[in-house]
Design a protein around this ligand. Structure first.
Ligand SMILES: Cc1cc2nc3c(=O)[nH]c(=O)nc-3n(C[C@H](O)[C@H](O)[C@H](O)COP(=O)(O)O)c2cc1C
Length: 379
């Protein structure tokens, strides 16, 4: 099966690189024109999908000053722009099931999927990472297990309201529903694409039960990745699904240039311009237990901090076109990945087209990727 290639779509000036200098080079985030051009570049570049991460809480003043995940565009709304600007590109949007009512998710998703002819997917996240400690009333006071329990109940509700012309009688732990939901309902049956990046016990349980795609940080070591993925497959089988029902997508950060030297210079420039304060805020937000700058600095050291600041949790693939294509081939064969979601540190339509022109033909020559139009598009 052909690899799927996704664009890790920027809903912020900077999503995985903590360099104010790099952020200063991206197009205007708050412009429909920017997103129309970027989406069309992804389609022309033969990307299968755009994946949009989303979060609610700012990580802190450093991140805010440099535009790292703040401001952040509301992804189901951004998806509307992308889907309207393209014909084949698919779009996965993150929705927090911990604070979106399932009927609201059903309406948003139903419209996006129906109006795009079945090109929408949902990344189900439960929150409480990425600085989301804003307000208990909005964000609830649920532990990880309860959040996934609620997410599972949301999935049961979506499955029913989307498949029975909207009729539902539901008495659950978190929701009590009785009536009919207005359409449109999704055209993808039985459900639009379901994505999860769950990693904890409850997260893997959720992914194995419900997800079509599992996203993993590109930096996950091979042994850990295998352990998690095998467990997700085991859960899938325990729910009567095929072992290969869940496809693995790895998050990578790509700088590709015609020469190794150009790629290396660009990569070094990013590392040199990293804002270490933002790295600390990011690590505080995703890691528990380490809270001060000094602790983090001591445990990681400056070089590694710059590395984290350059790619966050993704896998760094910086090089000429052959190096980049070889690395992706390795991920496919050795890590068993079915696809990649690509971040560009300085995102703009040129980077996206450049990837399409330099890397896609090489993946095709290796026999691991075919153009979406030759397989009738689809997930
Ligand atoms: C590639 C990738 C993208 C993610 N996108 C989001 C996101 O947009 N919003 C969010 O709140 N969490 C996001 N997460 C976090 C996961 O949903 C999940 O919470 C995390 O991997 C920890 O797993 P756990 O929830 O099972 O503890 C992402 C994780 C990965 C690896």
């Amino acid at each position: 099966m052909s690899l799927r290639v996704g664009l890790f779509y920027p809903n912020s000036k900077s999503v995985h690189v903590m360099s104010p200098a790099a952020t200063a080079k991206v197009p205007d985030l708050l412009s429909y024109e920017t997103h129309t051009e970027l989406a069309q570049a992804a389609e022309q570049g033969r990307f299968d999908y755009a994946f949009m991460a989303d979060g609610w809480g700012s990580m802190g003043p450093g991140s805010r000053d440099m535009g790292y995940m703040d401001p952040a565009l509301v992804t189901p709304m951004l998806a509307n722009t992308l889907l309207a600007a393209t014909k084949h590109l698919r779009c996965i949007t993150t929705i927090h099931t911990t604070w979106f009512h399932p009927l609201l998710v059903a309406r948003i998703g139903g419209m996006l999927d129906a109006m795009s002819g079945g090109r929408w997917g949902i990344n189900v996240v439960t929150g409480a990472g990425f600085g989301e400690t804003l307000d208990r009333e909005l964000f609830g006071n649920l532990n990880s297990e309860q959040r996934y329990e609620r997410a599972a109940e949301v999935m049961e509700i979506l499955t029913r309201v989307w498949s029975q012309d909207g009729e539902i009688k539901h008495r659950g732990k978190y929701f009590d529903l009785d009536g009919w939901l207005v359409g449109p309902h999704p055209v993808q049956k039985p459900l639009p694409l379901i994505v999860s990046a769950g990693a904890s016990d409850s997260g893997r349980e959720f992914a194995g039960h419900y997800a079509d795609y599992i996203f993993m940080p590109g930096r996950t070591p091979l042994e850990e990745l295998k352990k998690r993925f095998d467990d997700i497959k085991r859960v899938a089988v325990s729910h009567g699904r095929p072992a290969d029902a869940v496809k693995l997508q790895m998050h990578v950060s790509v700088v590709v240039r015609k020469s190794k030297k150009e790629a290396q210079e660009f990569s070094e420039w990013i590392a040199e311009t990293i804002d270490l304060k933002s790295v600390v805020e990011y690590l505080n937000s995703v890691r528990a237990g380490i809270s001060t700058y000094d602790d983090i600095y001591r445990s990681l050291g400056e070089l590694q901090m710059r590395q984290v600041g350059s790619v966050a949790g993704s896998r760094k693939i910086h090089g000429d076109a052959d190096e980049v294509a070889d690395h992706i081939e390795m991920l496919h064969h050795k890590f068993g990945c079915d696809g990649i979601a690509v971040t560009f540190p300085v995102w703009n339509p040129e980077e996206v087209k450049n990837f399409g022109e330099l890397v896609m033909p090489r993946l095709e020559a290796k026999g691991i990727w075919t153009a979406p139009e030759t397989r009738g598009y689809g997930w």
